[in-house]
Design a protein around this ligand. Structure first.
Ligand code: PLP
Length: 356
């Protein structure tokens, strides 16, 4: 008897390796620095907004997420028709590939970059075309533009790049966009945009306004600390946003997630102060690591990258023994989130000892 078979591409989908939870060690607080989460607990008003939504769990959420769209439109000064919300920005990346690629169409992205990219591309039976990041962890945008062929439908630009850390500048992005044909969709993945502190940063909203083929993807998971609730949003010209909404999962963003996102936008200033504090910590950690002899790439997200090659798992084990869980990419390096001050101190100590 023959059994049902998934499409051949399904067997090719690489696994998503989630950041491990902290190892429980008696007498020692352990910290999870493996998923680029926000170490701060939710702000009080956010919890209350969520609690109000909990009582309605027997009802479907507002499928149109009308109040969330209105809040996003007001906050970022964009028309509602230029927005699409989804279950995390990873949901948007899946939707973009699904909406714009036929099987065999090419999606160009840097590598190493966000590990969900090859998963989303393979799941859609599209073809991943990877362009190695430069030695300092930056996107090689000229090589990415050169990798665009007649089959290319989408290019993913991850800025800041997870896991290596650097962000592209506006001048670099403009030069890149000038080289990419206007029928190729350029996704600017801005999951960590709130953490960027650099000269000539990308102004994503101004950029998408100038280009018919640019879409920004953003998330409430990082700066806003709502990773557990799964809310992301895209900003794009109306036809692209409409395509994203057309392929979206009905009722994907739950009532509590919508409530949390709206309450977070209302408290944006407070949340961005927390981001400032994390950036101060990031600056401190990077300086200490460099002083200890580490060649840390520019860190523009809420994480730092250790280029470790064959020593990757040894470093992860050393960190684990010190009560911090990092994210190893075997044979390549470790990504470590900026977390609680104590966790960051431990990272600096472990990394300094590892070099000796
Ligand atoms: C670069 C990048 N994009 C998108 C995401 C997805 O985030 P979420 O689905 O939680 O919005 C992540 C999460 O780690 C990320 O690092």
């Amino acid at each position: 008897m023959s059994a049902p078979q998934p499409r051949a591409n399904v067997a090719e989908i690489p696994p998503y390796v989630a950041g491990k939870p902290p190892t429980v060690r008696p007498g020692m607080t352990s910290y999870k620095l493996s998923s680029n989460e926000n170490p701060y607990p939710p702000l009080p008003g956010v919890i209350e907004a969520v609690q109000a939504g909990v009582g309605a769990m027997n009802r479907y959420p507002d499928m149109g997420s009308a109040a969330l769209y209105a809040a996003l439109a007001e906050t970022f000064d964009v028309p509602v028709e230029h927005l699409s919300v989804a279950t995390g920005s990873v949901g948007l990346i899946y939707q973009l590939v699904q909406a714009f690629c036929d099987p065999g169409d090419e999606v160009v992205f840097a590598w190493r970059s966000f590990e969900a990219y090859p998963i989303a591309v393979t799941a859609a039976a599209a073809t991943a075309v990877t362009v190695p990041v430069l030695a300092d962890g930056r996107h090689d945008l000229d090589a990415m533009a050169a990798a665009v062929t007649e089959r290319t439908k989408v290019v993913l630009v991850c800025t800041p790049n997870n896991p290596t850390g650097p962000a592209v500048t506006q001048a670099e992005l403009d030069a890149f966009l000038a080289q990419v044909p206007s029928h190729v969709l350029v996704v600017v993945d801005e999951a960590y945009v709130e953490f960027v502190r650099m000269a000539d940063p990308v102004d994503g909203v101004a950029t998408y306004r100038r280009h018919q083929n640019v879409v920004l993807t953003r998330t409430f998971s990082k700066a806003y600390g709502l990773a557990g609730f799964r809310v992301g949003y895209a900003v794009a010209p109306a036809p692209i946003a409409a395509a994203l909404r057309a392929v979206s999962l009905p009722f994907g963003v739950s009532t509590v997630a919508q409530a949390a996102a709206i309450a977070s936008l209302e408290r944006r200033d407070e949340l961005l102060e927390r981001v400032d504090a994390l950036v101060v910590e990031r600056t401190r950690v990077v300086a200490a690591l460099r002083a200890a002899g580490w060649d840390v790439p520019e860190a523009q997200g809420n994480f730092v990258w250790f280029d470790l090659g064959e020593r990757t798992l040894d470093f992860a084990a050393a960190a684990d023994a010190a009560g911090i869980v990092v994210r190893p990419f075997v044979g390549d390096g470790c990504r470590v989130s900026i977390g609680e001050t104590e966790a960051n101190d431990r990272l600096v100590a472990v990394a300094a000892a590892f070099r000796r």
